[in-house]
Design a protein around this ligand. Structure first.
Ligand SMILES: Nc1c(NC[C@H](O)[C@H](O)[C@H](O)CO)[nH]c(=O)[nH]c1=O
Ligand SMILES: CC(=O)[C@@H](O)COP(=O)(O)O
Length: 158
């Protein structure tokens, strides 16, 4: 279902896990900062609303989405981290650079989750335009950061 047909922020809180003792790493790409800061706010607030303690939410920044993979490995390898949320926004430009980044990040963080056997969440927007990004970072289609946080919680309750 396309995002345009549902809100990224809509979710059921039924049977949600008690996450008061869970520790989360959130990695934020600095590219398209207006968007990624909105994603971070959504993810942070959603975790808090569901019982996470602020001292158990560890934020790290990376230069761009391509660096999310290595940074997710640095956090996922820490025994005390229960889940990692990767937040970024890769906007289509004139060249194929977009494709290489998106492909690398999607495959990269998938492999980190498999390697360390813990949730590593793909909270990366891959829009064609800035407006599409803003629409999904607290705009008319909700907030991808909310969705990423809920996904992490649900995976911990698997
Ligand atoms: N164009 C975007 C980038 N580009 C930077 C890369 O992510 C990476 O930091 C660089 O290639 C050095 O390794 N990053 C984004 O997150 N969003 C973009 O739109
Ligand atoms: C996704 C990117 O790296 C992209 O924004 C860079 O733009 P361009 O493809 O025009 O160099």
């Amino acid at each position: 279902m396309a995002t345009s047909l549902k809100s990224l922020s809509e979710h059921s809180s039924k049977n949600i896990l008690d996450i008061s003792s869970k520790k989360f790493g959130i990695i934020v790409s600095e590219w398209n900062e207006e968007v990624t800061e909105a994603l971070y706010s959504g993810a942070y607030e959603t975790l808090k609303q569901h019982g996470a303690k602020s001292e158990n939410i560890i934020r790290k920044n990376v230069p761009g989405s391509f660096e999310l993979t290595l940074a997710s490995q640095w956090l996922a390898q820490l025994e005390e981290i229960d889940a990692v949320i990767c937040l970024g926004c890769v906007i289509q430009g004139e060249t194929k650079h977009f494709d290489f980044i998106c492909d690398a990040v999607a495959h990269g963080i998938t492999n980190v989750g498999l390697k360390y056997n813990k949730p590593v969440i793909f909270g990366v927007l891959t829009p064609d335009t800035q407006q599409q990004a803003l629409d999904r970072a607290g705009g008319k289609h909700g907030n991808k950061g909310d969705e990423a946080a809920i996904t992490a919680i649900k995976m911990l309750g698997f």
